[in-house]
Design a protein. Structure first.
Length: 177
């Protein structure tokens, strides 16, 4: 059921995004999709007292961003470049996604990434936080590439799921459980 709701929400955002013009027409973004979106799942694992994070980002957008920011030819699907891309993604995610649990900054440990059709899924896991009651999320994913970026969040703590959206330039999301 949750998977159906997640997909339905994503489809709604995709449809509404088709009617929203891109901010600046350039040869680079004319050939790309008109919606600039990421989706992040944050699941509190009570057994390990950690937050398991998975970020789904369009591959073409992420490659463009990594290439521009780190002055490399980013290729997230080439097995030969996987280790190099791992280092760049870990660096980028650390700078653009931070968490505070119960008022305490949580380090996010980068676990890796995988390709899933036209998206890349990035996996992270937080340091331990006992009895999570309040989660602050600071996110600026792809804000340095698009000024119409939308970042969707699904936060689940003890079976209680909350969803929210951050639109450029907003960076802070507070979830209380």
């Amino acid at each position: 059921m949750l998977q159906f709701l997640h997909q339905s929400l994503l489809i709604c955002y995709l449809i509404t995004g088709l009617f929203k013009p891109t901010s600046v027409a350039t040869p680079e973004n004319l050939e790309r999709h008109p919606l600039h979106l990421s989706s992040t799942e944050l699941n509190y694992n009570a057994a390990s007292s950690t937050i398991e994070v998975s970020c789904r980002i369009f591959t073409d957008d992420f490659e463009a961003l990594l290439g521009r920011k780190y002055k490399v030819k980013a290729d997230l699907s080439a097995a030969a470049k996987h280790k190099e891309m791992d280092a760049l993604i870990a660096k980028y995610m650390a700078a653009n996604l931070q968490l505070k649990g119960n008022g305490k900054a949580l380090r996010l440990n980068y676990l890796g990434f995988e390709n899933d059709k036209e998206a890349v899924i990035v996996y992270l896991e937080s340091d331990q936080v006992k009895g999570l009651k309040n989660l602050e999320t600071y996110c600026s994913l792809l804000y340095d590439l698009f000024d119409d970026q939308n970042n969707i969040f699904h936060v689940t703590v003890n079976g209680n799921r909350k969803s929210a959206k951050l639109d450029f330039p907003d960076k802070k999301l507070v979830s209380t459980f």
